[in-house]
Design a protein around this ligand. Structure first.
Ligand SMILES: Nc1nc2c(ncn2[C@@H]2O[C@H](COP(=O)(O)OP(=O)(O)O)[C@@H](O)[C@H]2O)c(=O)[nH]1
Ligand SMILES: Nc1ncnc2c1ncn2[C@@H]1O[C@H](COP(=O)(O)OP(=O)(O)O)[C@@H](O)[C@H]1O
Length: 197
């Protein structure tokens, strides 16, 4: 029988991370990549966050976000219903705790698409989570994507770009970086990292 070379034996399935956190600056393409992946693999379960941000045209309550009032968000936080939450560019966002824990307890892979502050909270409370950073090919391309999306007025874009500088500097805190040059390539790599297939 051939000896297995050191370091190449397969990791037992139960030891593989089940919780994947995807973060990266606004406009880098997180939603696009996740949507592409889920079109091919609808079995990838993505947590739906609560937010106080107003819906963009086409965004649906319960699908893209749970759009809540400030008072409702206060209650979610006070009642401990969020696994993590953060304020980002003037709005609050948080991950409903129960749905995520139920999926994890059932042994199903879970994907969170959240900001840097949220990723840090998850890393602290659930160290087994795999943190993936989605990076732009360049700063200029990030500006082009965020501006080209056409969903925010210039002052909001400025706020998000200021946050982007902070987020890009935090890349070394993540377990893995994927550079979003090709949506198809990144979606494939992300799928492999979520352990769904
Ligand atoms: N901490 C945290 N961040 C979130 C959550 N949901 C979304 N975000 C992040 O909030 C930021 C703004 O999201 P959004 O307003 O949808 O803008 P977009 O990322 O530019 O499309 C992004 O970095 C999201 O990943 C959440 O539940 N918790
Ligand atoms: N690989 C890519 N190449 C070119 N444009 C992209 C790519 N990925 C995303 N985009 C575009 O960039 C813009 C921002 O993408 P989006 O998914 O909304 O970013 P995020 O969710 O990170 O804020 C969108 O207009 C999207 O079509």
């Amino acid at each position: 029988m051939a000896a297995t070379p050191r370091g190449t034996s397969p990791v037992p399935p139960d030891a593989r991370p089940r919780l994947t956190v995807l973060s990266g600056p606004s406009g880098v393409g997180k939603s696009t990549v996740v949507a592409h992946m889920r079109k091919e693999h609808p079995e990838v379960w993505l947590s739906v966050s609560a937010t106080t941000r107003r819906p963009r045209p086409g965004e649906q309550h319960g699908v893209h976000y749970f759009f809540v009032s400030d008072e409702e968000m206060d209650k979610l936080i006070a009642n401990g219903e969020l696994l993590e939450w953060a304020e980002f560019a003037g709005n609050r966002y948080g991950t409903p705790r129960t749905a995520v824990l139920e999926r994890l307890e059932a042994g199903e892979p879970v994907l969170l698409e959240i900001d840097l502050q949220g990723a840090r909270q998850v890393r602290d409370s659930m160290p087994e989570a795999r943190l993936v950073f989605l990076a732009p090919p360049s700063w200029d391309e990030l500006v082009r994507r965020l501006t080209g999306r056409g969903t925010e007025p210039p002052e909001v874009i400025e706020r998000r770009l200021a946050a982007a500088r902070v987020e890009l500097a935090a890349e070394p805190e993540f377990d893995q970086t994927l550079v979003n040059t090709s949506v198809e390539d990144v979606a494939r790599e992300l799928l492999a990292l979520t352990n769904v297939v």
